[in-house]
Design a protein around this ligand. Structure first.
Ligand code: GDP
Length: 135
């Protein structure tokens, strides 16, 4: 049975700054994820804090919010068969050093902070995150 899902992807400031957006989008297309909607924006510190509020008790929260609001990002709705899981797989582990060969974070990530992409990790979060940027 088919399971077409939508997920939210963000190309983070480190990757936009290094002009990697098109190369990253190719990875999605190669894996049969369609870009349904996309925009290049810069968010405020407050918006980043709202977006990442699940992490508000973490020691890296402040750094994370400063970073996501530090420069332009590309936010996208990706759609395809099992899009949430497929996107997480293409992204690779949070820490680029731990990421598998061929993943975006392995190829392009600089560090656990500057790890080039975000992707929703569940159906619930995908809905919330898509709404956050596209409503
Ligand atoms: P993701 O879903 O793989 O992006 O990872 P998380 O949702 O757990 O964390 C959000 C972001 O916080 C990650 O993408 C990292 O850029 C950042 N981050 C910074 N320091 C740390 C850390 O020590 N641990 C984790 N898990 N994330 C960190």
């Amino acid at each position: 049975m088919s399971n077409i899902e939508q997920t939210l992807s963000i190309i983070k400031p480190d990757a936009v700054e290094r002009n990697l957006a098109e190369k990253i989008k190719e990875k999605f297309l190669e894996n049969e994820l369609i870009i349904k909607n996309q925009k290049k924006i810069q968010i405020t510190r407050e918006e980043a804090a709202e977006f990442y509020k699940v992490h508000q008790t973490k020691p890296f929260y402040d750094r994370l919010c400063n970073y996501l609001s530090s420069g332009p990002i590309v936010v996208m709705i990706l759609e395809g068969e099992n899009a949430i899981t497929v996107n997480r797989k293409i992204m690779g582990a949070t820490d680029p050093k731990q990421a598998d060969d061929g993943t975006i974070r392995k190829e392009f990530g600089i560090s656990i902070d500057k790890n080039s992409v975000h992707g929703s990790d569940s159906q619930d979060n995908a809905k919330k995150e898509i709404n956050f940027f596209f409503s």
